[in-house]
Design a protein. Structure first.
Length: 170
C-alpha cells in the first residue's frame, strides 16, 4: 500500500479535506445568497447576517453528507429516522464547535491580547479538533450495542476484540 493510500485511510485526513472543501462551498453559497437576497430587497447588516447563516447551513449540510459517504461510509444510516438523527447531531456539533472556537478566539484576542489573526487561527485549529472529536464520537458512531452486534455477526466469538463483550446467546 502506498503512503498516500495509508494517509487517505485515516478518518481525520478525510474529515480535514472535506472541511477544507467546505470553505469554497460556503463562499459560493454566500455569494449566491447575497445576490438573491439583495434582489428581493434585503440590505445592509440584515442582508449579510441572513446570507451568512444560510451559507453556513449549506456548508454544514454538504460537509455532513460528504463525511457520511466518504469518511464514515462504513457507518451508513439504515433508515430515514437514522439520517435525520445524525443530521441533527451534526447541526449540534457544528453550532457548538462554532461557539467554542469563537469564544476561544475572543478570549485570546481580548483577554490575553494576542494578535487577532493569531487568536482566530487558534480558534480555527480548536474548532477542527473539537468538531472532529465530537463528530467521530457523537455524530457518526453507531451505538456501542449496535457495534457489538455487528461484530458478533461478522467475527466468531473467540476472535472478538477485547473491548467488545462476548454474546452469551451463541
Amino acid at each position: 500500500m502506498t503512503l498516500i493510500a495509508k494517509i487517505w485511510q485515516k478518518r481525520v485526513v478525510k474529515f480535514a479535506l472535506i472541511g477544507a472543501l467546505g470553505i469554497p462551498i460556503n463562499w459560493a453559497a454566500l455569494a449566491f445568497f447575497l445576490y438573491i437576497f439583495k434582489l428581493i430587497g434585503l440590505q445592509g447588516d440584515l442582508l449579510n447576517s441572513v446570507a451568512t447563516v444560510f451559507s453556513f447551513e449549506v456548508g454544514t449540510i454538504i460537509n455532513f453528507v460528504l463525511n457520511q459517504f466518504i469518511t464514515y461510509r462504513d457507518q451508513m444510516p439504515d433508515s430515514l429516522k437514522a439520517w435525520i438523527s445524525k443530521s441533527i447531531k451534526a447541526q449540534i456539533a457544528n453550532i457548538s464547535a462554532f461557539l467554542v472556537a469563537t469564544l476561544l478566539s475572543l478570549f485570546f484576542s481580548v483577554v490575553i491580547h494576542l494578535n487577532p489573526f493569531v487568536a482566530n487561527t487558534l480558534g480555527i485549529i480548536v474548532n477542527f479538533v473539537y468538531k472532529f472529536l465530537v463528530s467521530d464520537r457523537f455524530v457518526f458512531r453507531v451505538k456501542p450495542v449496535e457495534a457489538a452486534e455487528d461484530a458478533v455477526a461478522v467475527v466468531p466469538n473467540e476472535e472478538l476484540p477485547s473491548h467488545i463483550p462476548a454474546n452469551s446467546n451463541q
